[in-house]
Write a protein that binds this ligand. Structure first.
Ligand SMILES: C[S@@+](CC[C@H](N)C(=O)[O-])C[C@H]1O[C@@H](n2cnc3c(N)ncnc32)[C@H](O)[C@@H]1O
Ligand code: SF4
Length: 450
């Protein structure tokens, strides 16, 4: 990396949101509860497209780096009890939405959804089919911890309609794996991939993380070559979010072994170069896909799972901590599995916070989503959709361009864009359009933008 890049990375690294929604989830408040969710569900039109996310907040052991909403369990009983609560919530939600709806996308995430027994995977599949129309072939993705996979579980996942899997790898280097409390050999990972490929699941995503302790560009070179041997269709490369004051298990990570902003930046650049050289197309902040993959050929959207092609009007979130996006706003369920189950047993729903979208939120959400997905937004698109208010955003964009001394942003014939040089810093520019961001508080809440 040149010293110019080095200086840029250090100067622009800031603690900022990953913008999987706008406003970001830390702005949701307790003013929104089950009564709002009920009335918002009742307003869903009969022709609205629906997608559905189910959160399974359990893993066999907690990886030290993990910031996901999950909990370790060695016993299956808490998982089985939790699934009963999910069934209750599913029934309530489907009864509150008027009419019979067809799903366009399904996603089971976690935690580790493959902690579910084969029997429970089938049961969850049946419940979903009883409550919604699940057309064969719709995109149905599941996050998988390869260390938990068995052929029986793979059979059941395929049987319920899963056609995409996302596998956590992070890094194959044994030194890094030891330092992050996740030991997972290449052989275990490739065996899990084969279990799905043998059952005709062609779409495989691999998650990697850079910025982990003891990682170097060199160790990542080796990891990425092993990832290419798995021949994934998509690769997600996340920058490690180290927030030990919020994520207790991260206290086990030796902070003195963490790379600094300029090393993180060079790791991200190096990985991007190697992945692109291997024929993948870069997408948004941190995703890569084969040129014929739907993520590369369709228009990109941003949601709580990252990048997606899901264009549904309504995204239902089921389970502890799950977030739903409705035309009126966002709703989030209780975070702990026990609190979630208790609330569902009492009222059928577990909403504890949310956000009612204002017209200005919708405008800024659209700008930030386009920047996160395409690094650009069109002024015509904005004014067509938001009228005069769209012009104010263009004034803000002009002010940002006027202050830019690094060649990161520019005007286009029809709007505003980040230059290739500015793209790694996209979160910094989204933050400039974020009217809710409290810049002082942000440093304790978010991960490094580079
Ligand atoms: C729900 S987990 C993955 C599914 C599965 N449980 C597994 O571990 O294989 C989703 C992904 O989030 C990413 N992730 C978790 N904690 C992170 C952190 N602190 N910073 C960046 N990425 C993180 C990891 O890449 C992980 O694979
Ligand atoms: S990375 Fe996956 S397996 Fe590890 S704690 Fe997080 S959700 Fe669980």
């Amino acid at each position: 990396m040149s010293s110019v890049d080095d200086t840029l990375a250090s100067r622009h690294a800031a603690s900022l949101p990953r913008y999987t929604s706008y406003p970001t989830a830390n702005h949701f408040d307790g003013a929104i509860g089950p009564a709002d969710y009920k009335s918002w569900l009742a307003e869903i039109g009969s022709d609205a497209a629906l997608s559905l996310y189910v959160h399974i907040p359990f893993c066999e052991a907690l990886c030290w780096y993990c910031a996901c909403s999950t909990k370790a369990t060695r016993r299956y009983e808490p998982v089985a009890d939790y699934l009963e609560a999910v069934e209750t919530e599913l029934l309530s939600v489907s009864q509150l939405i008027p009419g019979w709806h067809r799903l366009t996308h399904l996603h089971w995430g976690g935690g580790s959804p493959d902690i579910l027994s084969a029997r429970d995977i089938r049961r969850l599949g049946v419940w979903l089919n009883n409550c919604f129309e699940v057309p064969p072939g719709i995109e149905f993705a599941v996050e998988v911890d390869p260390r938990l996979m068995t052929s029986e579980k793979a059979d059941s996942l395929v049987e319920v309609g899963v056609n995409r899997i996302s596998i956590g790898v992070q890094d194959f280097d044994p030194v890094v794996q030891k330092a992050i409390g996740r030991e997972q050999s290449y052989e275990i990972t490739s065996k899990a991939v084969d279990l799905f490929r043998d059952r005709d699941i062609r779409s495989v995503n691999v998650d990697l993380v850079y910025g982990l302790p003891h990682q170097t560009e060199h160790s990542l070179d080796h990891t990425i070559q092993q990832v290419f041997e798995l021949s994934p269709d998509r690769i997600a490369v996340f920058g490690y979010a180290h927030l030990p004051h919020r994520v207790r298990n991260q206290k086990l990570i030796d902070a003195s072994a963490l790379p600094g902003p300029s090393q993180r930046y060079s790791m991200a650049r190096r990985l991007a170069t190697l992945i692109e050289q291997a024929g993948y197309k870069p997408l948004g902040l941190d995703h890569f896909a084969r040129p014929n993959d739907s993520l590369a050929t369709r228009s990109l959207r941003r949601n709580f799972q990252g990048y997606t092609t899901d264009r549904a009007d309504v995204a239902i979130g089921l389970g502890a901590s799950a977030i739903g996006r409705l035309p009126r706003g966002y709703v989030q369920n209780a975070v702990s599995a026990s609190d979630y189950a208790r609330r569902v047993q009492q009222t059928g729903l577990a909403t504890v916070r949310g956000w009612a979208l204002t017209p200005e939120d919708r405008l800024r959400a659209s700008v930030i989503e386009r920047l996160m997905c395409d690094f650009t937004f069109s002024s015509k698109g904005l004014t067509d959709r938001f009228g005069e208010a769209g012009l104010n955003i263009l004034h803000e964009a002009d002010a940002i361009i006027a202050e830019d001394i690094d060649g990161f942003v520019q005007r286009t014939d029809d709007g505003f864009c980040l230059t290739p040089r500015g793209r790694p810093f996209v979160r910094n520019f989204c933050a400039r359009f974020d009217a809710h961001l409290n810049r002082l508080a942000a440093s304790s809440k978010h991960s490094l933008s580079v």
